[in-house]
Write a protein that binds this ligand. Structure first.
Ligand code: ADP
Ligand code: 5GP
Length: 198
């Protein structure tokens, strides 16, 4: 049953976060995805309003100035943000919210100590495997992949700040772990305590 929880999920790009989130949402109900705004160009197959709201830099900055984002960050040279409207859209359906956001955005939300926030970090088994997955995904050019791998090292350092770390080695095993984290959090009698910041 939904309790209005926020599942904040971060991972270095290519670790398999989107794949895992999709699998978990197929397995358990009552989970809505917070559709972020971004200034990056859509990848092949991405649909505006489903995967992201794709906007220009001016529009994004206007929203930020008007306080329309719960959090936003510059990631891999593009702007990404979670709007209050995106969160409300999921909550109004009576669902728990999944947020797929970077470590800067996650730390920002952690500092806000929103009750019912659960922080989950997805780790790749190794940096070599991460590189393989980024290449296998075949959606980003070499320069973008290089930038994402460089950022991955810094992002991995933030993993201990999260409530849970799931290593995505075997996909079935990792999705079972993510599912059980969500189900366990839904059974909690009390709100998870806000974590200490760095
Ligand atoms: P992210 O959302 O973290 O950037 P994706 O979900 O797009 O990553 O996954 C990156 C690539 O790795 C995709 O091609 C995906 O199919 C593949 N992948 C995801 N999880 C695994 C896994 N456990 N083992 C092997 N490949 C995986
Ligand atoms: P991608 O371009 O691969 O879809 O996402 C790149 C990174 O941006 C990922 O780490 C993803 O989690 C992060 N991201 C996506 N949406 C948001 C958001 O709304 N806020 C923040 N801070 N990061 C986001």
């Amino acid at each position: 049953m939904s309790k209005g929880l926020l599942f904040i999920i971060s991972a270095p790009s290519g670790a398999g976060k989107s794949t895992l989130i999709e699998r978990v949402r197929e397995k358990i109900g009552g989970l809505g995805f917070s559709v972020s705004h971004t200034t990056r160009a859509p990848r092949v197959g991405e649909v505006d309003g489903v995967h992201y709201h794709f906007v220009g830099v001016d529009e994004f900055k206007g929203m930020a100035d008007r306080g329309e984002f719960a959090e936003w960050a510059m990631v891999h040279s593009n702007l990404y943000g979670t709007s209050h409207a995106a969160l409300d859209a999921v909550r109004s359906e009576g669902k728990d919210v999944i947020l797929d956001i970077d470590v800067v955005g996650a730390i920002n939300l952690k500092e806000q100590r929103i009750p019912g926030s659960v922080f989950i970090f997805i780790e790749p088994p190794s940096l070599d495997e991460l590189e393989k997955r980024l290449k296998a995904r075949n959606k980003d050019d070499d320069e973008i992949i290089r930038r994402r791998l460089k950022n991955a090292r810094q992002e991995l350092e933030k993993a201990p700040l999260y409530d849970y770390i799931v290593i995505n080695d075997d996909l079935e095993e990792a999705s079972a772990k993510l599912t059980s984290i969500i189900e366990n959090e839904r059974l909690r009698a009390n709100e998870p305590e806000a974590m200490e910041s760095e």
